[in-house]
Design a protein around this ligand. Structure first.
Ligand SMILES: Nc1ncnc2c1ncn2[C@@H]1O[C@H](COP(=O)(O)OP(=O)(O)OP(=O)(O)O)[C@@H](O)[C@H]1O
Ligand SMILES: [Mg+2]
Length: 239
């Protein structure tokens, strides 16, 4: 059985249909990517899976339980964590405080979790007492991911983690996501940076105007010429 199963999920904002009858699954230890253009409905899908946006139809099951009507908090407690678009860290708090308030863990477990995060992101150990708003963009994204990881999620959902980062940092970010997955956490990644995302993913889906398709191997998707012009950027500089 899949860790996450989404069946026929739809999201409407008034008359706007942001997501139409989307079905997907993420298995244990899988890294799955959803690529697609601006406004296609990717964030709406992740928000509906997290319980932050109400679905108008469809069902979601996670770790063997139907969670379609469950609160966002109970989904987090059951092991589903979203790193939302735009990071949402607490700017006035320190790095350490941001991590402390992200979890219900006991003091002792929190200490272990923070040590684990410092191994993964050594820069956050150096910056532990720095106010989060003064971190660089890349460091803020690492903190946002760490706030999800400190809860030891079964599934980590990331909404455009490469947004606004310099190319070198983007590469490091993707390597880190691949590492987190290699250590056993399933990952559902939404990215416009299709080429790099597919290079670390096992499987991929395509989101086009509220419709999800695909679900095959990421390498087959990366080789699909019909996707190149729209989703892989230019192979040569524009005139
Ligand atoms: N709260 C909202 N109220 C009304 N319309 C919304 C709302 N949130 C999103 N939409 C609309 O739903 C559609 C899908 O938006 P969504 O944010 O899911 O796209 P996306 O694929 O994540 O785009 P991007 O790549 O730009 O982040 C868009 O047309 C957007 O304008
Ligand atoms: Mg989005």
């Amino acid at each position: 059985m899949s860790l996450l199963s989404v069946d026929g999920l739809s999201v409407k904002y008034g008359a706007v249909r942001a997501l139409n009858d989307a079905s997907l699954h993420v298995d244990d230890a899988e890294l799955v990517v959803i690529v697609g253009a601006n406004g296609a409905g990717k964030s709406s899908l992740l928000r509906a899976v997290s319980g932050l946006t109400k679905a108008s139809a469809g069902s979601v099951s996670f770790a063997g339980r139907t969670i379609t009507g469950a609160s966002a908090e109970s989904r987090v407690r059951s092991g589903l964590s979203l790193v939302p678009e735009g990071r949402h860290i607490f700017g006035r708090m320190t790095v350490q405080e941001n991590l402390q308030i992200a979890t219900w863990a006991s003091k002792r477990r929190l200490k272990d979790e923070i040590e684990r995060i410092h191994t993964l992101f050594p820069v956050l150990a150096e910056r532990a007492h720095q106010v989060a708003a003064t971190l660089s963009g890349g460091e803020q994204q690492m903190l946002a991911i760490s706030r999800a990881l400190v809860r030891r999620p079964k599934l980590l959902m990331l909404d455009e983690p490469s947004m606004g980062l310099a190319p070198l940092i983007v590469k490091q970010m993707f390597e880190l996501i691949a590492d987190v997955n290699a250590q056993g956490t399933s990952v559902l990644l939404v990215e416009q940076n299709a080429r790099m995302a597919l290079s670390i993913a096992h499987r991929g889906y395509l989101m086009e105007t509220a419709t999800l398709s695909g679900g095959g191997s990421a390498s087959a998707m990366a080789d699909d010429e019909s996707l190149h012009a729209a989703y892989f950027g230019r192979s040569s500089p524009s005139p």
